[in-house]
Design a binder for this molecule. Sequence first.
Ligand SMILES: Cc1cc2nc3c(=O)[nH]c(=O)nc-3n(C[C@H](O)[C@H](O)[C@H](O)COP(=O)(O)OP(=O)(O)OC[C@H]3O[C@@H](n4cnc5c(N)ncnc54)[C@H](O)[C@@H]3O)c2cc1C
Length: 445
Amino acid sequence: MEAIVIGAGFAGLAAALRLAKAGLKVTVLEQLAGPGGKAIGWEGVPTGPTLLTLPEVPQAIFQALGASPPPFQPVSPLTRYAWPDGRTFAPECDLEATLAQLSPLEARRYRHLLALARRLYQDAQATFLLGPPPDAACLLRYALAAGWRAYPFHSLARLVEAGPYLTPFFLRFATYLGANPYRAPAVLHNIAWVELGLGVYHLPGGMQALAQALYRLAQARGVRFVFGEKVLRLEARAGRVRAVATEGGWQRADLFVSAADRHFTLGWLGWPLPRETLGLSGFALLLHLAEPVPLGHYVYFSSDYPAEWRQIAQGRWPVEPTLYLHTDGAVAFLLVNAPPLPASAPVEAYARHLLARLAACHPLPIAAWRALSPWDYSQTAYRGALYGRAPHGLLGALRPGWGLGRLANLVQVGGTVHPGGGVPLALRSGWQGAAWLLARLGVEE
Ligand SMILES: Cc1cc2nc3c(=O)[nH]c(=O)nc-3n(C[C@H](O)[C@H](O)[C@H](O)COP(=O)(O)OP(=O)(O)OC[C@H]3O[C@@H](n4cnc5c(N)ncnc54)[C@H](O)[C@@H]3O)c2cc1C
C-alpha cells in the first residue's frame, strides 16, 4: 500500500516512521525546504521549541524502530524566573532545593499547587494523553472517576491564586497549549507537573537535532521526502480521499495522513472552517551572538501580568510583554506571546521594542537578528495560532479527534488535535494516529 503524509514536522515524521515500519511505501510532502516544521531552525537558531518534556515519548519511538535515541540531558534549574522588582526564582525538580528559595507561606502554596498539578496530570493521563481520542463512554468514565475533582467549574486563575510571584509563575504554563491563562480551565494546571515534577530536557543541537535524527531514521527506512512541495487540495469521493493536488500535479495513494494544521486540512477538502476562538501566536527574535553564552532558559515577567493578557485578548501585541529567553552557545531565541492574526503592528518596530526590553533585562552580545512574527508562523499554523483552537472553557482540554468526517482513509494528526501541542504530544499524535488509521483500514502492523 502507498501512503502520503502531508507535513514533515514532528507529527508527520512520527507518522511516516510508523507507516514505513508497517511495510507501506511512504511519501512525505512538505512545503518547507527541510524537516522539522515549527522546529526547522534558521542557521542553527531555534525557530520554535527549545524545551523537551516527556523524553520517554521520543525514546519509545526510537526504541520501537531498533534505533538509539539522542542523548537527552536533564536541565537544572528548569528555568530562571525574574520579576521587575528584582525577585528571582529558579525551580528544580528537587523539591527541597526549590522550596528553600521561597518564604514559608509561598513554600506551603508551592507544595500544595505542585501536588494538585500532579494529581490532575495523573487523573487525566489515561483519557487525554495516552490513548486514542476519547469517545463519549471514555469521557463519561473520566468524569465519574476524576472529572468531578478536576475543578470543572473553576478557572485556572482562581485555582492557582498564590500571591504576586507564584500566581503568574503557575499561570504561565497554560500558554504551552496556547491558552490565555485568564481564560483557561483549572484542569490545565496539570501542565505545571510535567515541567516542575517530571523535568525538562535538552539535546545538543536543540529540537532541530531531534527532527533531523527522526528524518535520517525515516530516510533509512525508505521514506521518500519531497520538500518545497505545497499541498493545495485533497480530492475526496465516496468516503475516501483519492488524491492530493500540489503545485507539481496530482498524486494518488491508498491512505493519507495530514500532519499539518487541522484548519489547513479542512480548507484543502473545501469544508467550512469551525467558528472557534484560536489560541496564541508568538513573536520571536532569532539571535546570533558575537560570543558564546551558557545554556539557559529564562523568563522575565512584565510588571502587570493581567494587563499583558488584556492587551492580547484585545488582539494587540503587548506593550510590556513577559519575555522567554533561551540561550545556547552562540545562538539565542526570544519569544513573547501574541494574539493570532489579523492583529498586528509594524514588525520591525515591535522587534526593536523587544530588543530594547531584552537589553534592559538580559544584555547579550547580539551580532545579528531576525524576527519571526505571527505572519511567519501563519505558514505552518492557521492565522499563526500555534496550537490551533484555544483550550478555553469547561472542555478546553479536549482536542479535536483524528478522524475527519466519514473519510475512511485519512487521519489528522499533529499539535492542533489530540492529544495536543508540544513536541512530545505531536510525536505521540503522529505515531499513534498512524496506527489508528492502519487498524481502521484492517492493515496489520
Ligand atoms: C515559538 C514556539 C515555541 C515552542 N516551544 C515549545 C517548547 O519549548 N517545547 C515543546 O514541546 N513545544 C514547543 N512548541 C510547540 C511545538 O513546536 C509544536 O507543537 C510542534 O512542533 C508541532 O508539530 P507538528 O508536527 O504538529 O506541526 P508542525 O511543526 O507545524 O508541522 C506541520 C508541517 O506541515 C507543513 N505544511 C503545512 N501546510 C502545508 C502545505 N500546504 N503543503 C505541505 N506542507 C504543509 C508545515 O510546513 C510543517 O512543516 C513551540 C512552538 C513554537 C512555534
